[in-house]
Design a protein around this ligand. Structure first.
Ligand code: ATP
Length: 286
């Protein structure tokens, strides 16, 4: 279930949020969408889920046109929003039953799907408790369980680990990995937590100032991280240190022996966060 976005534009009252945005997400990908506050991540995800209208541009979801196949697209997609999307006074089970019935699930099919969603998110002990009594981590898990009810082929998760402790975060990340691996669900994951995205995603894009400023496979990004550039007077030597620093120390010794003068050494980005801050610059966003 691939996603192909072309020249997507969106403004809110003259404030340009998405400017001719182009993006491709492959089927089965665990795709990390990063960006500073206000970059437009939620707007993009909301447009793809018919929650916000676009101004112009096209999007194909599994080869279906966003402008023409709303119902079919809705039937294969699901969004787990940043905010809690359930009724606090209902129990977890009642919430799942209610939202499952909105998807047209009935009787045995509904029961089976609810059981699956409860199992994946380990909510067994809490299904008869009212949702407002849940901890932050449990609320997030219930949000995800609801998002899985329609067996989505594409699942959008908008900052699903905000405000929860490291244990719950780790648990939720593993749940998401499992869904991607077992059900081959394409996952679009927005987050501010770089280490989460580094752990979870196989491809990463950064949205900043209304454009995609980087899209790369994670392995390529990590490979770039391991490259040290030694700048001489008239050449740049790249040393890959992914297997350790032996190559680097050998190269330095060789250059010394050859009496080559080193002008500068660029150690690259320390990690994804370092790269993110470098690319999006460090100024504070509103
Ligand atoms: N309904 C709206 N009306 C007017 N402006 C909006 C609306 N929704 C979002 N915006 C503005 O659009 C810009 C992008 O917001 P959006 O929520 O899409 O960004 P984001 O990348 O998801 O941010 P965050 O990481 O803080 O959640 C922001 O400047 C925001 O203030």
């Amino acid at each position: 279930m691939s996603i192909v976005i072309k020249n997507l534009c969106k403004s809110y009252k003259g404030n340009l949020v998405l400017d001719n945005l182009n993006l491709e997400i492959k089927q089965g990908s665990l795709f990390g969408l990063l960006g500073p506050n206000g970059a437009g991540k939620t707007t993009l995800v909301s447009i793809l889920n018919f929650l916000v209208p676009k101004d112009s541009g096209t999007a194909l979801i599994d080869n279906m046109d966003l402008d023409k196949e709303e119902n079919k697209i809705k039937s294969i997609c699901s969004i787990v929003p940043q905010t809690y999307a359930f009724y606090p006074k209902l129990t977890a089970f009642e919430n799942l039953e209610f939202f499952g019935s909105l998807y047209g699930l009935r009787k045995e099919a509904l029961k089976k799907r609810i059981e699956y969603c409860i199992e994946v998110t380990s909510l067994e002990k809490y299904i008869n408790k009212q949702a407002h009594t849940f901890s932050g981590g449990l609320k997030r898990r219930l949000n995800i369980a609801i998002g899985l009810l329609n067996s989505p082929k594409i699942l959008y998760l908008d900052e699903p680990t905000v405000g929860i402790d490291p244990q719950s975060r780790k648990y939720i990340l593993n749940v998401i990995k499992k869904i991607n691996e077992k059900e081959k669900t394409t996952i679009i994951y927005t987050s501010h937590y770089m280490e989460e995205v580094e752990f979870l995603c196989d491809e990463i894009a950064i949205l900043d100032k209304s454009k995609i400023i980087l899209q790369e496979k994670k392995e390529n990004l990590l490979h770039k991280n391991s490259i040290i550039k030694i700048k001489l007077l008239d050449e740049v030597i790249e040393v890959d240190t992914k297997d350790g620093f032996d190559n680097f120390t050998k190269m330095i010794a060789k250059l010394e022996k050859e009496n080559k003068r080193i002008e500068n050494i660029d150690f690259g980005y320390k990690n994804l966060e370092d790269m993110f801050l470098n690319l999006t610059k460090q100024d504070l966003r509103d």
